[in-house]
Design a protein around this ligand. Structure first.
Ligand SMILES: C[S@@+](CC[C@H](N)C(=O)[O-])C[C@H]1O[C@@H](n2cnc3c(N)ncnc32)[C@H](O)[C@@H]1O
Length: 310
C-alpha cells in the first residue's frame, strides 16, 4: 500500500509565500507575516487532511481486520474472546473543573489544559467508577478552542454538565463544598461521596500561588489539599495537574486509600519511595554488602590455606 504523507501541523508547511513581493502590513516583521500565512493555510487545509487521515485510518483498520480473519480461518491464531466490561459504578460526588482562569494562561498552556480536560473526560468514562463531572466558566478561549480546533467534540459528551457561567452553590449551602488547592492548610485525609469538589482548571507553571484558594476564600468555600507529604514523597513541586487531581479523586473512591491512589495515578519517576521502603531497601543493601565481604574474606582465607598447604 503506498503511504500518503499527511501534513500533521502548521510547522510542516513549507512557506510558499514570497515575502519580497508580498504586501506586509506596516510594523509587522517578515517572520511574523510568514507565521501568520502558514497558520492561515493550515486552517484552510486542516479539514481536508483530517478527512484524509480518517480515511487512511479506516483503511488500515479494515486491512488489519481482514488479515486477522484470514489467520483465524487458517487456524494460525485463535479468535479473540470478548472481554466482559462491567457497567460503570456511579459515585454520588460531584467534581467541577473551574475554567474561570482562561485569561491567565498562555496559548500553549490553554492547549495543554484542553488536553487535560479530554483526559479527565475519558478517565471518568473509562471506569470502573464515574463521578458527576462538570465544567464551569467554560466561556472564553478554551471554549472557543473546543468549538473550533477540537471540532466541538465536547458537544457529544455524555454525563457531563458544561456551564458557561461560574458554578452556583445550591441554596448558598457551601457546607458540602471543597475547593482543592495545594495552598490550603487543610489536609484531606478522606473524601466523601456526598461532597462537591472543585478543581482549578488552569496550567500556570506555578505563577499564581493562592489563586484558587483566594477564590474559594472569597466565596466562603472550604479548601483542602491532598495528603501528598503523608503518603508519598513527590519529586519536585507539590502542585499537581488538573487531570492528575481528578484521577486521584476517582482512584481514592475506588481504593479508599491515598497511597494506592497516588501509586496508580502518578508516574513512578515522580514518586520517591516511602521512607520505610527506602530504609528497608538501604538496610537490605548494607546486609548484602556485609555478606559479600564475609564471603570474600572466607575465599581469601581458603586460598591462603591452599597455597600454604601446597
Ligand atoms: C496546576 S494546579 C493550579 C495551581 C494554581 N496556582 C492554584 O492556585 O491552584 C491545578 C489545580 O489542581 C488542584 N491541585 C493541584 N495540586 C493540588 C494539591 N496538592 N492538593 C489539592 N489540589 C491540588 C487545584 O485545584 C489546582 O487549582
Amino acid at each position: 500500500m503506498s503511504e500518503e504523507v499527511i501534513t500533521p501541523s502548521p510547522k510542516c508547511f513549507s512557506a510558499p509565500f514570497n515575502s519580497k513581493t508580498a504586501e506586509i502590513p506596516e510594523g509587522m516583521s517578515k517572520s511574523e507575516w510568514k507565521r501568520q500565512q502558514k497558520a492561515k493555510l493550515f486552517e484552510e487545509q486542516k479539514k481536508e487532511w483530517t478527512q484524509k487521515k480518517k480515511e487512511k485510518h479506516k483503511k488500515l483498520k479494515a486491512e488489519r481486520k481482514r488479515q486477522q480473519e484470514e489467520l483465524i480461518a487458517s487456524g494460525a491464531i485463535e479468535a479473540p474472546v470478548a472481554v466482559y466490561k462491567p457497567p460503570l459504578k456511579k459515585v454520588n460526588a460531584q467534581v467541577i473543573i473551574d475554567c474561570a482562569f482562561d485569561d491567565l494562561m498562555t496559548d500553549k498552556e490553554r492547549i495543554s489544559l484542553g488536553s487535560q480536560i479530554l483526559r479527565v473526560y475519558s478517565d471518568n468514562k473509562r471506569g470502573p467508577l464515574t463521578v458527576n463531572m462538570m465544567l464551569s466558566s467554560f466561556n472564553k478561549k478554551l471554549a472557543h478552542r473546543f468549538n473550533t480546533n477540537m471540532q466541538g467534540q465536547h458537544l457529544q459528551w455524555k454525563n457531563v454538565k458544561i456551564l458557561e457561567d461560574d458554578y452556583q452553590i445550591p441554596g448558598n449551602d457551601n457546607a458540602n463544598w471543597v475547593y482543592l488547592s495545594s495552598d490550603s492548610s487543610n489536609v484531606l485525609n478522606e473524601l466523601d461521596e456526598n461532597m462537591t469538589y472543585v478543581i482549578g482548571g488552569i496550567v500556570d507553571k506555578g505563577r499564581y500561588k493562592n489563586l484558587c484558594k483566594d477564590k474559594a476564600d472569597a466565596q466562603n468555600i472550604k479548601t483542602g489539599r491532598l495528603p501528598i507529604e503523608k503518603y508519598i514523597q513527590l519529586a519536585g513541586r507539590k502542585v499537581l495537574t488538573t487531570n492528575h487531581v481528578f484521577e486521584l479523586l476517582l482512584k481514592w473512591f475506588e481504593f479508599k486509600d491515598w497511597k494506592a491512589a497516588f501509586d496508580a495515578v502518578l508516574p513512578q519517576r515522580k514518586i520517591i519511595k516511602h521512607k520505610d521502603e527506602e530504609e528497608e531497601e538501604e538496610e537490605a543493601k548494607e546486609e548484602e554488602a556485609i555478606k559479600e565481604k564475609e564471603e570474600e574474606e572466607e575465599e581469601e582465607e581458603e586460598e591462603e590455606k591452599i597455597i600454604t598447604e601446597s
